[in-house]
Design a binder for this molecule. Sequence first.
Ligand code: SF4
Length: 238
Amino acid sequence: MTGSSEARRRLAAVVADFRAALEAESEAGVEWLAWEETRRPVPAPRAAPDRSAKERALAAVATEVAACTACKLCDGRTNTVPGEGSPDAAVMFVGEGPGEQEDLSGRPFVGRAGQLLRRMITEELGLDPSAVFIANIVKCRPPENRAPEADEAAACIPFLRRQVAAVRPRVIVTLGNPSTQSLLQTKEGITRLRGKPVRRGGFTFLPTYHPSYLLRNPPAEPDGRADFRVVKALLSER
Ligand code: SF4
């Protein structure tokens, strides 16, 4: 193959991937995740993209996140934390943002809260943690572990939209108030929302407590585990 035909082949592959990502996002009904809920009916999904297309879409997000300076959180980060997990995950967990350990390692939920999350995934869902996808609303650590501000979340959420469009999880578990309120566009607190599935935009959401809260409030852990059993029941639905 000549140099120019190889370049054309690569360009065609990039264009095809980009078009597939746009179609996947549209068909997956994730438009509303851009902080402005649309009321359009969600078209029935066509055949899911194959695993390698999903991997490429997720890798592209991680690459763009690594170079992103779209909000002020880029100033204090050590590493970006795009999220990780199976491209074929049936469940996606979404927290609010990376903490100190995550910032240092570039991986989501690696501290004590992450250990509890992974234990609950194993014990309540019966899944290996590598079979799910774990991400956050913002991909850079907010200072002092504060919740992301509205402008930061708005700047970062397109990356999450693309991850959702690539993975197409059957259930999106929102962890804690900031994640739940951002994704469901509500001011209701997690105590009222937890454990109740919300079907929106072609996806099923299940709000629950953030595992950090469960570490600070051990009596709430049984409720958190009960929520995970709701997720398990949702996954068993046809
Ligand atoms: Fe970019 Fe998101 Fe990091 Fe802000 S938090 S700099 S939008 S990757």
